[in-house]
Design a protein around this ligand. Structure first.
Ligand code: DQA
Length: 137
C-alpha cells in the first residue's frame, strides 16, 4: 500500500510553531515513528507553502497512490483550487488537522475541502495522522 502525506503552509515549522497549539514535535521526528509503526506501508511525504504545488502533488499522486492524507493548513479555509483537485483524482483523500479547528476562531470552522474528502480527522494532535493511516487499513 502507498499513501501520500501532504502538509500545507507553515507545517514545516512544527515543533517550533505555536507549541501550545501544535505541540513540540517536528514532523520529521513524527514521520520516523509513523514509518516504524506502519513498516508495511509506503508512506511518502511532501510539504509546501504554495497552493499550486499542493494542487500539483494531488494530481501527481492521486491516480497512483491508495490514499492521500492532507493537512492543507490555512488553505483548508480558502482554497477552491485544492478542493477541485481532490474531486478530480481517484485516490481517497482524508483531511486532517492537528488542532481541533472547531474549538478555535470562526474562520477555521469552514473547510472548502471536507465535502470532497472521504473523511475528516482533527483535534488529536499528531495522532490525527496516525488515525488517518489506520483508516486505510
Ligand atoms: C491546521 C489548522 C489550520 O486552521 C491552520 O491554519 C494550520 C494548521 C491544523 O493542523 O490544526 O495551519 O491545519
Amino acid at each position: 500500500m502507498k499513501i501520500q502525506i501532504i502538509n500545507g503552509p507553515n507545517l514545516n515549522l512544527l515543533g517550533t510553531r505555536e507549541p501550545a497549539v501544535y505541540g513540540h514535535q517536528s514532523f520529521g521526528e513524527f514521520l520516523t515513528e509513523l514509518r516504524e509503526r506502519f513498516s508495511q506501508i509506503q508512506l511518502d511525504y511532501f510539504q509546501s507553502n504554495s497552493e499550486g504545488s499542493i494542487v500539483d502533488k494531488i494530481q501527481e499522486t492521486g491516480f497512483d497512490y491508495d490514499g492521500i492524507i492532507l493537512n492543507a493548513g490555512a488553505y483548508t479555509h480558502t482554497s477552491v483550487a485544492i478542493a477541485d483537485a481532490i474531486a478530480a483524482v481517484a485516490a481517497p483523500v482524508i483531511e486532517v488537522h492537528i488542532s481541533n479547528v472547531y474549538a478555535r476562531e470562526q474562520f477555521r470552522h469552514h473547510s472548502f475541502l471536507a465535502k470532497n474528502c472521504k473523511g475528516l480527522i482533527c483535534g488529536f494532535g499528531m495522532d490525527s495522522y496516525r488515525l488517518a493511516v489506520e483508516s486505510f487499513l
